[in-house]
Each structure stands twice: as structure tokens, then as C-alpha cells.
Ligand binder design. Structure first.
Ligand SMILES: C[S@@+](CC[C@H](N)C(=O)[O-])C[C@H]1O[C@@H](n2cnc3c(N)ncnc32)[C@H](O)[C@@H]1O
Length: 234
């Protein structure tokens, strides 16, 4: 493998302070419901079958990974965070799930070998990359997917005008609780805006198009900034 050039980003350094923190990893499943059954059902309606190979980026503690592994032939789960991967690995052993391959790598460093996959899944992970690197990640994902394959991309996306940014972000941060035990604390939401790389919907959608995906569907939840894209590789 050729070494990365000096301008290549450190994906672990960009992964988000909390995702590298074992205490956060232990709390994660209590704070977050990734709605895995509904996500799997949506993918099945859109073409996921028992023979599909699914590649997931940023599985975290693997709520979706576990559900997907039960209905498809193989899952490759790629995450940069050692504590997240340790948690997911022990979950898979406890449940005796043996068709998941865990890879410690990221959107930019994972090296896919073999046939292009049928489905790529990623929830709340792409925003860790700055916009230039989001494009490079989407470009790489397109090459890992077969034509007609699906990319389910769910992330925090800013779907407001620049002139509305201050009021919209303040309202979003107001959803946070006072303590770290809250589902998400105000400080965590402020940290997301300040230190991570969520971007405007009109920028992300231009990247999606440029990288060779069509938008089959998008569901936006304005209050929480969630955008759930169902993308198809052209
Ligand atoms: C907020 S968690 C989301 C976990 C899970 N997908 C969910 O929806 O509950 C974000 C995950 O993305 C991972 N991550 C961050 N940057 C990444 C990158 N460049 N490549 C792959 N995974 C990354 C983090 O380590 C973390 O496990």
C-alpha cells in the first residue's frame, strides 16, 4: 500500500472528541436510538436482499450493523474509533453474529477489495469531514458501489439560508439538555456546530450529484437538522 501524502488528513483526529471517549461509547446506546428496524425495512423495500453485501461507514456501537447483519449475507463495518470498534466487536460476539467484518479505517483510508457492494450505509458520520474531504469520500463510495446500488446517508445537514443561520442554530442548541446525561447536552450540540463539519443542504446535494449519485428520496426534519437521503449510484 502506498503511504499517504503529507497533506492527507488524520481521520482519527477529525472523528469527534466524544467518539474516542470510552465513557461516551458506554453511554451511547442509552442516548441514541438509530431506528435500525425501520432503516433495514426501508433498504429492503429499496433493493437490499439476503444476498446483498453492505458496507457501513461509522457504525459506532453498531445498532444498525447488528440489524443489517441478520438480513443480509455480509456486512463490512468501517470505523476510525478504537473504543467504538471494541464495543461493536463485543456486541457481535455476545449475539454470535459472524457475518460482520470490522475494519479500523475511515471514509478516506478504507481500501475496498473485491466486487463493488450493493449497499453503503452511513449515519451521523460524514459530517466529521470538511467539505473538500466529503467530496473525496463520496467519490470513493461511488467507486465501491455497483451501478444502481444504494447509498443511505443520514446526517445533520443545515437546510436554512445563511441569513437564518444564527437563529436556526440557537434554536437547535436550545434542544440540548443541561447535563451530559441528557440525550444530547447543549454543550454537545454547540460543539457539533463549532468543531465538526455539517454543511448546507445545497452544498451537500451538489457534491452528491457531482460524485455520481441521484437522489431517490430525502426526508428532512427541520427541528433536529436531520436529513435522510436515499441515493442511487448512476
Ligand atoms: C455519532 S457516531 C454514529 C454512530 C452510528 N452510525 C449511529 O448512527 O448511531 C459517528 C461514528 O462515525 C465514526 N467516524 C468519524 N469519522 C469517521 C471517518 N472519517 N470514517 C469512518 N467513521 C468515522 C465515529 O468514530 C463514530 O463511531
Amino acid at each position: 500500500m502506498t503511504p499517504s501524502p503529507p497533506w492527507f488528513p488524520d481521520e482519527v483526529g477529525l472523528a469527534g472528541r466524544e467518539n474516542l471517549d470510552s465513557a461516551h461509547v458506554e453511554r451511547y446506546d442509552g442516548k441514541m436510538d438509530a431506528d435500525p428496524a425501520a432503516e433495514v425495512a426501508l433498504l429492503q423495500r429499496s433493493g437490499l436482499t439476503a444476498d446483498s453485501v453492505l458496507l457501513e461507514f461509522g457504525p459506532g456501537t453498531g445498532q444498525f450493523t447488528v440489524a443489517a447483519a441478520r438480513v443480509t449475507s455480509r456486512v463490512i463495518a468501517v470505523d476510525v474509533s478504537p473504543p467504538m470498534l471494541r464495543k461493536l466487536s463485543s456486541k457481535l460476539s455476545d449475539r454470535r453474529i459472524d457475518n460482520v467484518t470490522l475494519v479500523q479505517a475511515g471514509f478516506l483510508s478504507y481500501q475496498h477489495t473485491g466486487e463493488p457492494v450493493d449497499v453503503v450505509y452511513s449515519r451521523y458520520a460524514l459530517h466529521h469531514l470538511p467539505d473538500f474531504w466529503k467530496v473525496m469520500a463520496l467519490h470513493r463510495l461511488r467507486r465501491m458501489l455497483r451501478p444502481g446500488g444504494l447509498l443511505r446517508l443520514w446526517d445533520v445537514v443545515y437546510d436554512f439560508l445563511p441569513s437564518e443561520a444564527e437563529a436556526s442554530i440557537d434554536a437547535w442548541c436550545d434542544l440540548g439538555g443541561a447535563s451530559v446525561e441528557a440525550e444530547w447536552s447543549r454543550a454537545e450540540l454547540e460543539e457539533h456546530v463549532r468543531d465538526e463539519h455539517s454543511t448546507f443542504s445545497w452544498l451537500l446535494e451538489a457534491m452528491i450529484d457531482r460524485c455520481g449519485f441521484g437522489i431517490d428520496d430525502v426526508q428532512r426534519i427541520p427541528e433536529t437538522f436531520d436529513s435522510k437521503y436515499l441515493l442511487r449510484a448512476r
